[in-house]
Design a protein around this ligand. Structure first.
Ligand SMILES: *[C@@H]1O[C@H](CO)[C@@H](O)[C@H](O)[C@H]1NC(C)=O
Ligand SMILES: *[C@@H]1O[C@H](CO)[C@@H](O)[C@H](O)[C@H]1NC(C)=O
Ligand SMILES: *[C@@H]1O[C@H](CO)[C@@H](O)[C@H](O)[C@H]1NC(C)=O
Length: 401
């Protein structure tokens, strides 16, 4: 559909990245030469040369749907600890808030995806093209908004105020106690029991004893769980990012010795297939239905789905896609799913990418462990299907009958 009209299809990015393109650059001083070179450039563009040289690193003509799940930007700490010298530090906007840097990071990320998908995502925002969902946490909502500011700056037609080069784009969210799609905060009884069992098992691993004791001693509070280490690690990291000088004792353990238990704590929420079914299943259900709409060409299909969540959600999606490597998603880290159509074969396939943070220029393609390369649509859907509960509420045993 996106490719019916050539002009729309190969819409150039608003600020063409000349250095990446093989288009001939126009020398500043010589106008005559410029005209000739421009003529050549236009000619080569007409022949498809210039346009093709500026496409994505792969054949983007097959692209039908892009799904991006990203983590919010830099934030203030969400917790303090007993012996924290910065316990009374006045964090601007308070605990857990998105910082100005965080706003900027996601804005930049939006711009990066804008230029990366310049040939696919319409330059102009159309309501029907895109659907955005966010965790209800303020930092995620705000990250989604600044991401969208970078992705869809208003075109001339869309400017509604002469001084504000920004347009409103809706971001949808469910209250936390109802959200089993993005944040995964909706209560699920069975999941909770399993998670607690697993957490207790990991916490009793003797390899953590020394670290737990050391941290308990120096923080002056109980640190006998990887979850405690998780919170402390995040707090130390955000304090360090804010330019605060961490206490001497942290040097022995932060970040190195604390990183593994920290990453393990993130992973535990979606540690095995059963936990993934409860935590990530409902998201996969939505992803599957977006795929299906796209394949059916149901007139209403979106070409872009965005999800704005937390580190644990990025990890959850990552693990459920079959990657077992422990992950520390940085701010703005994103998992990207692409649905492609091979028009000649009349088949569809799926590609997955990971972008570590907002600075990375091009997302890194990762091979799905359960699938061929490229991954046929049917195989992908069959795999994610195995994680989708028919009746989430009932499987969670949230009701008593
Ligand atoms: C540790 O906590 C105890 C009790 O809350 C307190 O009396 C003591 O001063 C604290 N020590 C440090 C180093 O903060
Ligand atoms: C996942 O872990 C939980 C808690 O230990 C356990 O009850 C469940 O059987 C595990 N599932 C799989 C597929 O191993
Ligand atoms: C980015 O993530 C990949 C996959 O986890 C990893 O192999 C790579 O080292 C990371 N790069 C950076 C700069 O963190």
């Amino acid at each position: 559909m996106e490719y019916d009209n050539d002009e729309n299809t190969w819409r150039r990015p608003s600020e063409p990245k000349v250095q990446r393109s093989k288009c001939h650059q126009i020398p500043k001083r010589s106008t005559t030469l410029a005209v000739v070179v421009l003529g050549l450039a236009v000619l080569s563009c007409l022949l498809g040369y210039c346009v093709l040289s500026e496409t994505l690193p792969y054949e983007s003509k097959t692209l039908r749907l892009v799904i991006i799940f990203f983590r919010h930007g830099a934030r203030n700490p969400t917790h303090s600890y007993k012996s924290d010298p910065f316990k009374n530090y006045q964090w601007p906007d308070g605990f857990g808030s998105l910082t100005n840097l965080g706003k900027l990071q996601l804005y930049e990320l939006g711009k990066k995806y804008r230029s990366y998908y310049a040939n696919f995502i319409n330059e102009e925002y159309y309501e029907k093209d895109i659907y955005v969902r966010s965790s209800d946490k303020s930092r995620c909502m705000m990250s989604a908004y600044t991401f969208l500011a970078g992705l869809f700056p208003p075109t001339e037609r869309q400017m509604w105020h002469p001084e504000i080069p920004w347009q409103p784009i809706p971001v949808h969210s469910l209250p936390r106690e109802l959200d089993n799609i993005v944040a995964g905060t909706k209560p699920c009884k069975i999941w909770k029991a399993m998670y607690e069992e697993l957490l207790a098992e990991k916490n009793s691993d003797p390899k953590f004893t020394e670290l737990f004791d050391y941290l308990s001693k120096h923080t002056n509070q109980s640190m006998h769980s990887v979850l405690d280490v998780d919170f402390l690690y995040s707090t130390l990291l955000t304090e360090q990012e804010a330019g605060l000088k961490l206490p001497e004792w942290t040097k022995n353990v932060f970040p190195n010795k604390m990183r593994m238990p920290f990453m393990l704590s993130l992973a535990l929420l979606s540690y095995n297939e059963t936990l993934q079914r409860f935590k990530v299943g409902p998201l996969l259900k939505e992803i599957k239905s977006s795929f299906e709409e796209s394949v059916r060409h149901a007139n209403e299909e979106h070409s872009l789905m965005l999800y704005s969540g937390h580190d644990i959600n990025v990890v959850g999606l990552w693990r459920t896609l079959g990657y077992t490597e422990l992950l520390e998603p940085e701010y703005g880290a994103s998992v990207v799913l692409e649905l492609h159509e091979d028009v000649e074969q009349s088949t569809y396939f799926v590609k997955v990418f990971y972008r570590n943070n907002t600075k990375v220029e091009v997302p890194m393609e990762i091979k799905l462990p359960f699938c061929d390369d490229p991954c046929p649509y049917d195989m992908f859907v069959k795999y994610i299907d195995s994680f989708i509960p028919e009746d989430w509420e009932r499987e969670c045993q949230n009701t008593d009958d």
